[in-house]
Design a protein around this ligand. Structure first.
Ligand code: FAD
Ligand code: MLT
Ligand code: ZN
Length: 426
C-alpha cells in the first residue's frame, strides 16, 4: 500500500469520518453523489498502476463550485483529510488516498462553458475528459494544445494539476503558456476566481501558475480557461528507425531539438508535423527523410499514408505505458536530462541490473524527457535497492529533474531535494 511504501504514519491531528459527516454530505450533495459503495471505493482507492492503495470510506461527487466549496469548508472545520481525484490516471500515486482521506472527484463537473471561435479560448469545468474536449473542438476546427495516451480518462483539471506535458508540448508549449485562467477552491472553502481569458495581464502576481502542477496541494481546480489552436489541414507523421542514439541527431534538423550522443541500440522516433500546405509539407518531410537515409542517420523510415496508418503509429507510442503495465512489475521514472545524457542512464542501469530486469527508455526526445522504465516479473526490495537512490543521484548529478511531467505524488514527495535546493522547498 502507499502508506507502507512511504513509511509514514497517519497524522493523528486529522479526525476520522463519522456518520454525522456522511449525513451532512448527503444533505448538500444528494444521496447519489455520496459514494459508500465498496466496489466503487475499491476502484477509487487504487491508482492506475495498481501500486498505491488507500482505504477511504467515502467519495464525494460535487456538481458545481459551490458544492466543492461547501465540502472543503466542512472538512476543514472537522479536520477531515481530503484527496482531489480526476480521471485517476496519474502515475505517481497522487490521485488516491494514502490513508482514509475523503476522495473528492469533480468528474460530474464536465461542461464546456464557452468557446470563442475567434480567439480559440475554451472555458470549461475541471472534470471534462481531455478526449471529449478534443472531439468538441474538432467540430469547431480547433485542437487542444495537449494530447496524451490517457486522454480517454484524464480530466483537464487533472492535467492542469499535474502540469501534464504529453505529445504536443514541443509544438504548442506547456500549460503554463496555454492555460489562461483557472478557478480553484482553497482548503478552507474560499473560491479563487482567476478565470481570465486574456493573453496578457500584468496586474501583479499571476497566481494561477502556482496551481499548475501543484497536484492538489493548494486546492481543487474547478474551472479552466485554455488557449486552443486552429486545426491545420496538413498533418504528416513519420515513423523512423535509427541504429544508434547518436543518429537521433537527425532531429537536429527540426526546430528545438539538440544533439544527443552515442549508444549502440535500436531507436525509433515518431515525428509529427502540422502545417497548412499539404503538398509542400509532405514533400518537405519526404526530402528530410531521404536525406537522413542517404546520410546513414536513419536506417529505415515510413510516412503514414493515411489517417488510419497515422493512428496506428500513434497507438504504438501511446500504448507503451499499458504494455509495460501488462508485462508485470514496472518501476517508472520520469526524468528531465540534458539531451546528450538521456541515454547514458539507460545503459548504466542495464549494466547495473544485468538480467534482473529489463531496462527501457522512451519519452519525449524533443523535450529532453526520458521515461526510464524498469520492468520485472514482480516488485522486490533487492531490485528497488539497486535502482533507488541510484537513479535520483544520477539525475541530480546531471542537474536534471526527477519529475519531468508526471509530478511528485507520494512516490517522490520525499525525494524533492534531488531536484530543488533546500531554500526553495522549506
Ligand atoms: P488524477 O490522476 O486523478 O490526479 C493527478 C493529480 O492531480 C493528483 O495529485 C490529484 O490529487 C490531482 N488532481 C486531479 N484533479 C484535480 C483537481 N481538479 N484539482 C486539484 N487537484 C487535482 N502525463 C504526462 O504529463 N504526459 C503524458 O504523455 C502522459 N501520458 C500518460 C499515458 C497513460 C496511459 C497514463 C495512464 C498516464 C499518463 N500521464 C501522462 C500521467 C498524467 O499525469 C495523467 O494522465 C493526467 O495528467 C492526470 O489527469 P487525471 O485527471 O487522471 O488526474
Ligand atoms: C508517456 O509519455 O507515454 C507517458 O508519460 C506515460 C509513461 O511515462 O509511461
Ligand atoms: Zn510522457
Amino acid at each position: 500500500s502507499s502508506s507502507s511504501a512511504l513509511k509514514v504514519k497517519r497524522n493523528p491531528l486529522f479526525s476520522s469520518l463519522e456518520s454525522k459527516d456522511v449525513s451532512f454530505f448527503k444533505e448538500i450533495l444528494g444521496e447519489r453523489n455520496v459514494v459508500e459503495d465498496e466496489e466503487r471505493l475499491e476502484i477509487a482507492n487504487t491508482d492506475w498502476m495498481k501500486k498505491y492503495k488507500g482505504c477511504s470510506k467515502l467519495m464525494l461527487l460535487p456538481k458545481n463550485t459551490e458544492e466543492v466549496s461547501q465540502i472543503l469548508k466542512y472538512c476543514d472545520s472537522r479536520s477531515l483529510a481530503v484527496v482531489p481525484q480526476g480521471g485517476n490516471t496519474g502515475l505517481v500515486g497522487g490521485s488516491v488516498p494514502v490513508f482514509d482521506e475523503v476522495i473528492i472527484n469533480v468528474g460530474l463537473m464536465n461542461k464546456v462553458l464557452s468557446f470563442d471561435e475567434v480567439s480559440g479560448v475554451l472555458v470549461c469545468e475541471a472534470g471534462c475528459i481531455l478526449e471529449n474536449l478534443a472531439t468538441f473542438l474538432d467540430t469547431k476546427g480547433f485542437v487542444m494544445p495537449l494530447d496524451l495516451g490517457a486522454k480517454g480518462s484524464c480530466h483537464i483539471g487533472g492535467n492542469v494539476s499535474t502540469n501534464a506535458g504529453g505529445l504536443r508540448l514541443i509544438r504548442y508549449g506547456s500549460l503554463h503558456g496555454t492555460v489562461l485562467g483557472l478557478e480553484a477552491v482553497k482548503a478552507n472553502g474560499n473560491v479563487l476566481d482567476m478565470l481570465g481569458t486574456l493573453r496578457k495581464d500584468n496586474t501583479g502576481y499571476d497566481l494561477k501558475h502556482l496551481f499548475i502542477g501543484s497536484e492538489g496541494s493548494l486546492g481543487i481546480v474547478t474551472k479552466v480557461s485554455i488557449l486552443t489552436q486552429p486545426k491545420l489541414s496538413s498533418v504528416n507523421l513519420a515513423f523512423i528507425a535509427c541504429k544508434d542514439f547518436l543518429s537521433c541527431q537527425v532531429l537536429n534538423h527540426l526546430d528545438g531539438v539538440r544533439n544527443p550522443v552515442s549508444s549502440s541500440e535500436n531507436f525509433y522516433i515518431l515525428i509529427e508535423t502540422t502545417g497548412s500546405g499539404e503538398t509542400y509539407d509532405r514533400e518537405k518531410l519526404e526530402a528530410f527523410l531521404l536525406k537522413s537515409l542517404e546520410q546513414g542517420l536513419v536506417s529505415d523510415g515510413v510516412i503514414a499514408q493515411d489517417i488510419n496508418q497515422a493512428s496506428s503509429f500513434w497507438r504504438i507510442r501511446e500504448g507503451i505505458t499499458e504494455a509495460l503495465q501488462k508485462a508485470g512489475a514496472c518501476y517508472k521514472y520520469d526524468l528531465s536530462l540534458p539531451v546528450e545524457e538521456i541515454y547514458n542512464i539507460v545503459n548504466d542501469l542495464r549494466g547495473r541490473l544485468g538480467n534482473l530486469a529489463n531496462v527501457m527508455g522512451y519519452g519525449h526526445l524533443g523535450d529532453g524527457n526520458l521515461h526510464l522504465n524498469i520492468s520485472a516479473a514482480e516488485y522486490n526490495d533487492k531490485l528497488l535497492g539497486l535502482i533507488e537512490p541510484y537513479v535520483y543521484e544520477w539525475t541530480s548529478k546531471h542537474r536534471g529533474s526527477i519529475s519531468a511531467e508526471h509530478g511528485l505524488g507520494v512516490m517522490k514527495a520525499n525525494e524533492i531535494l534531488y531536484s530543488k535546493s533546500p531554500e526553495t522547498v522549506s
